[in-house]
Design a protein around this ligand. Sequence first.
Ligand SMILES: Cc1cc2nc3c(=O)[nH]c(=O)nc-3n(C[C@H](O)[C@H](O)[C@H](O)COP(=O)(O)OP(=O)(O)OC[C@H]3O[C@@H](n4cnc5c(N)ncnc54)[C@H](O)[C@@H]3O)c2cc1C
Length: 454
Amino acid sequence: MANIETRYFKNINDIRDFLKLSKPVFFHGSQTSMVVPYEKIEQFCLQENIDSFLMGDLNQMPPVCEVDDNGVLTIRGSITWKEGREFAQTKGRNILTSPTEELAALLSGIATSCTGERCFGFGTYRDHLIEVTYLDHQGELKTLRHENLLIDHELFQSEEARKLLTDYQKSYEFYSQFKNAPFPRLERETDLMTGTEGQLGVIIEAKIKTAPLENVTYIFLTLPKWEEDYSLHLRVFDKVQNLRDKIFSVELIDENSWSYLPQEMIPRPAKDIIFLEIADKHFDEIYESVLAHLPELSEDDIFQVNERKCKDLRMEIPRAVFESNSKMGVTKKGTDVQVTPERFQSLMDYYRKMTNVPFEYNLFGHFGDAHLHFNYMPKPEQVEAAQEMLEEMYKWVKEEKGSPFAEHGIGLLKKRFIWPFYEDVHFQMFAYLKKKMDPQNLFFPHGFMSMKKG
Ligand SMILES: Cc1cc2nc3c(=O)[nH]c(=O)nc-3n(C[C@H](O)[C@H](O)[C@H](O)COP(=O)(O)OP(=O)(O)OC[C@H]3O[C@@H](n4cnc5c(N)ncnc54)[C@H](O)[C@@H]3O)c2cc1C
């Protein structure tokens, strides 16, 4: 039996004292990660022959949230997206990232390179970071600035290290327009903490850009079932691509997804829905340029939904899907794939092929970014078949140069699937950073950065 323990941290000195003990630890925030089996960690450790797993709970770190005159939001300690957003709104500002799960922690979101609905209009969380402060392996506070290039950081001053970074960055070029590539960006100083999933230090504070609060309208479009005909879906996709300064989110919820929600939450008609979050000041223009050019949609197929209801619907679907799987005793069998806009139709074609199975499935997610979550809902005896389908799909994603895990990261569950996406330069970079920043491999030692090539 694996020894699973949790240690709670109440302030920075607690963490510092702990780091002196040189114990391997997995620091965490709200535990909403889809790629860490929090509820089944013991089972996971048994399968992986891990004797002990120490969790470092950061939820008692004192919360601090401040906005300065320039709209820069400073976050310290345990603050969720919901709390941060509500606080910013009291100051007339809005946070530009909006992960569907609002109870995730803002600082953890740096570790996971969080994205979300508003990524369509405002880019990724990584783009909004100004500064990130972390505790290094010796308990020293270090501050990284987004405006500073990583190549100028002290870690990359030797000729060898500079060459490694240059080669690594070359391998990223193809993915530069993706939300998250199969490997971290490593372009700016702050990237040392972004998407590295807590493997290089403990994030303590961040300074984040915000925008002035503005009124928005959520419009739902009712479409045919995508499995039967997704031509209209693709037209909407094409029409919104150049309107990212006016439309902030473009999300899909398919007809199958509604069945996991309580009856009273389901909108009518319960068909495929694409919803758009549109800045009020551009609403008429969007109506004319997008909605008026979709003659297949009648007036009844286009309706407005209030912001809270829209957010609740969007958040409850992945939660309900997750719960439905858990009740069945099945670990989530879903995708997190992003492709380039040019390959989006191929992704939809592939998903359509994946529906040819004897078990339930559903599709939802960040439609405008060509980034959707396709989920299988197998019974326990069907899990193997679902797993095989997903394994085949990852081969296809690699051939297509898609990003297999564009927002949920790798955690513990996706390591074996990400491994084929890494080349020598990625393994070398991870080993270099671990050696320099975590020489005893104490920060999340079972994470992707400790994987070996062979
Ligand atoms: C319903 C649902 C919807 C979701 N939607 C989205 C979405 O739209 N976009 C998205 O990006 N994600 C989404 N997720 C995934 C998840 O919410 C994110 O990965 C989130 O950033 C995790 O935050 P957390 O506080 O729960 O982190 P945790 O699960 O506690 O930790 C996640 C990782 O971050 C590391 N970490 C946490 N805190 C720190 C710290 N202070 N310092 C260093 N490392 C740290 C941990 O070691 C771990 O590797 C969704 C999850 C659910 C359940």
